[in-house]
Design a protein around this ligand. Structure first.
Ligand code: ZN
Length: 261
């Protein structure tokens, strides 16, 4: 079965800024979705901030294998209840890919538990992305490095936890470097952060970037059944312990009692 992929676009710059609209006439999310649709193994749909509940319900997430997220100017408009649904879906096994300025999105910050801050400059610099994890599935079909002629600079230190793997490191014309492709596991869910994608440059039309997006969706997909309740914390009564034991010492809880939250 194809990987059911949902591309979430903030869809604000496209409607307010002529330059962004000229590069992405149908929205950035549509360009990203078109790139993913080139892989017959991916079935893609899109939704935007402006839809009711941003187009994200528990049912829709239950039928999504990988969620792709681009946001920037309207992070604060994303409802906290929706963020909670997304995080629970990730913990239960949904894959998620955060693009560019989504480093400050609510779901990314919640999943990272860190400031997720960085240095930045909008000067149309050349970005050179180096593959730092050889033969990682997300680098399939890529050269040792590739370049984007015009990008926004993001520089270290990037305020995120140490990743499982650093897949790409970027160098910028102005001299800064940045860990631009990072993998994480949160609960049962695979998480990938990918840096490029500033809205005033044609980054998502770039073939190498599109290759990364396709590879990342394939990598992030966890084919196992979702965990029904990733927050469940069951009390295992003494008689149900894998080995026979005798209770010792004082006890606060009654047998089988639910824990405090
Ligand atoms: Zn940007």
């Amino acid at each position: 079965m194809a990987i059911r992929t949902l591309v979430w676009g903030e869809n604000v710059h496209e409607n307010k800024n002529e330059i962004v609209r000229s590069i992405y006439p149908n929205g950035m999310h549509a360009c990203i979705a078109d790139a993913l649709a080139s892989d017959p193994n991916i079935s893609v749909s899109t939704t935007t901030l402006q839809e009711p509940d941003h187009g994200i319900t528990a049912e829709r997430l239950a039928n999504t294998d990988v969620l792709v997220w681009w946001g920037h100017v309207a992070h604060r408009e994303v409802k906290d209840e929706v963020v909670e649904l997304i995080c629970n879906a990730v913990w239960s096994g949904m894959g998620i890919i955060f693009l560019h300025s989504a480093h400050f999105s609510k779901p990314f910050k919640r999943l990272m538990g860190a400031p997720c801050n960085l240095t930045w400059r909008e000067a149309g610099e050349r970005e050179r992305l180096w593959v730092t994890s050889r033969n990682h599935p997300i680098t399939k079909g890529l050269p040792d490095y590739f370049e984007l002629e015009h990008e926004e600079m993001y520089g270290e230190p990037f305020g995120v936890p140490e990743p499982l793997e650093t897949v790409f490191v970027s160098w910028f014309q102005g001299g800064e470097v940045f860990r631009s492709g990072l993998t994480y596991k949160r609960g049962a869910g695979n998480v990938f952060y990918f840096r490029p994608g500033h809205e005033t440059y044609p980054t998502y039309h770039d073939k190498n970037v599109q290759t990364v997006l396709v590879n990342a969706v394939n990598w992030a997909h966890n084919p196992l059944a979702r965990i029904a309740d990733p927050n469940d914390a069951p009390n295992v009564p003494t008689p149900k312990a894998p080995e026979k034991i005798v209770e010792r010492g004082p006890s606060l809880h009654k047998p089988g009692e639910a824990g405090y939250r």
